[in-house]
Design a protein around this ligand. Structure first.
Ligand code: Z5A
Length: 228
């Protein structure tokens, strides 16, 4: 369980997560933010979910192959939770406790959106898995990248080329529309933590919006080192 091991926020690195639908540009923007933090001499690691640690990467392979779907929504949720547990204990917490910033491509909001809202897994199970895997470790800031579904799917299809769509890419357009709504709802319900970013513009414009929002967030809510 993560709770006991986490240092107070003032002593640890910042934990920033990126969320959004298919092709919204999370991976692209995480890399850009890592470069900007590096330029101001802030140590940061980039990681992802599902995955990010050797054990969790094995589970990632299982889930994206569609195996988890065959087991049913509850069991698939448990697989994501098992991966998160390993990732938090072996990668995220150790880095944060050394003062290193962690930039994570997807985290528990993905479980809330994909399994909770769209998979209709009961809130009791989603909340219990959240408690067990992350305890009090909430991201300091979450960027939710928002693009119209057709834009995201076009980008993802262009990147995929002739490769086969994975378990989630293969869902229909209605699924992706509902997903976008689920994320917009998450952003509306937790405005202190979540910033909804219009990610339809070119990559540099989106990166500038994220950087501006990060600086604003640090100015208003954080007490330690700022890249400003
Ligand atoms: N999942 C879950 O169900 N429950 C959970 O708890 C967790 C995850 C943690 C992991 O997929 C899947 O697991 C995910 C949810 C589920 N399902 N899906 N789909 P993944 O890790 O394989 O993929 P992803 O997270 O969805 O990311 P992605 O499809 O790779 O997209 P992205 O990272 O958001 O986008 P990108 O790779 O940065 O960009 C996509 C393409 O668009 C690429 O060619 C870029 O060059 C281009 N791009 C990026 N930005 C722009 C702009 N601004 N303009 C034009 N083109 C752009």
């Amino acid at each position: 369980m993560a709770e006991a091991a986490v240092k107070p926020p003032s002593l640890r690195g910042r934990f920033i997560t990126f969320e959004g639908g298919e092709g919204s540009g999370k991976s692209t923007q995480i890399r850009k933010l890592a470069e900007r933090l590096d330029a101001v001499k802030l140590r940061a690691i980039v990681t992802r979910e599902p995955g990010g640690s050797p054990g969790a990467e094995i589970i990632r392979h299982l889930v994206l192959s569609g195996m988890g779907k065959l087991l049913g929504p509850d069991a698939e949720t448990l697989l994501f939770a098992a991966a998160r547990d390993d990732h938090v204990r072996t990668v995220i917490l150790p880095a944060l406790n050394q003062g290193i910033w962690v930039l994570c491509d997807r985290f528990f909001d993905s479980t809330r959106a994909y399994q909770g809202q769209l998979g209709q897994v009961l809130p009791g199970l989603v909340n219990a898995m959240q408690r067990v895997t992350i305890g009090d470790l909430k991201p300091d800031l979450t960027f939710i990248l928002d693009v119209p579904v057709e834009v995201g799917l076009q980008r993802a299809a262009a990147r995929r080329g002739n490769a086969v769509a994975d378990r989630f890419e293969a869902e229909d357009v209605k699924f992706h529309q509902d997903l976008r709504e689920a994320y917009r709802q998450i952003a509306a319900e937790d405005p202190q933590r979540c910033v909804l970013i219009d990610a339809t513009a070119d990559q540099e414009t989106v990166a500038d919006a994220i950087w501006t929002a990060l600086r604003e967030h640090l100015r208003t809510s954080m007490t330690t080192a700022s890249p400003a």
